[in-house]
Design a protein around this ligand. Structure first.
Ligand code: FAD
Length: 150
């Protein structure tokens, strides 16, 4: 629970493949709209876009998170949307971001202990298995790259 909602909170994380190369301008537009809706519904989280694949964490009230996730799943700007984590939480990992966008590279991700071997053989976040998704989530909630969030 948190003061924002006083209702049980959940976290959903997924990975997906962009349907086409998305430029910075388009990404910022997507982000601006996402932030507006997320702020309205009490949803927070983080989005990564690396080598044409996405990894996103959404946190907030169950109905809001599942509603937004259902809409995102249908979005034709990406495909192969794979839910990696859905769990109840007592605290948000990203309470300050209506949707933070981390500027990271494949090399940055490969430097996370527990992910380096994955990125040696696979390049796409969309191929991330659930166990590695937790490692990635942990690295971000521990504060890694907090300074490079847009
Ligand atoms: P809609 O009527 O579906 O869309 C509202 C506006 O969004 C449209 O006017 C249009 O400008 C834009 N839009 C929708 N689809 C497209 C498209 N295919 N191409 C270009 N522009 C389009 N939404 C959130 O609310 N929160 C998020 O955290 C979030 N994260 C996202 C992450 C990714 C990787 C992607 C691809 C999308 C994300 N979205 C997010 C967007 C989401 O999929 C919906 O577009 C958005 O929630 C609006 O949905 P709607 O049904 O309210 O309105």
């Amino acid at each position: 629970m948190d003061a924002r909602s006083a209702v049980p909170l959940v976290r959903v994380a997924y990975a997906s493949a962009a349907s086409r190369r998305i430029d910075r301008e388009e990404l910022l537009q997507l982000l601006a709209k996402a932030r507006e809706k997320n702020a309205r519904l009490g949803v927070t989280g983080i989005l990564l876009y690396v080598d044409d694949s996405f990894f996103q964490v959404l946190e907030g009230p169950l109905e809001a998170v599942t509603g937004i996730y259902a809409r995102i799943e249908q979005d034709d700007r990406h495909s192969k949307v794979l839910k990696l984590i859905q769990e109840p939480i007592t605290e948000r990992a990203f309470p300050d971001w209506s949707m933070g966008m981390a500027r990271v590279s494949r090399e940055d991700l490969a430097s996370i202990p527990g992910l380096n071997d994955f990125f040696r053989t696979k390049s796409a976040l969309s191929e991330l298995p659930p166990s590695r998704a937790r490692t990635l989530l942990q690295a971000f909630s521990d504060g890694r790259w907090r300074a490079s969030v847009l």
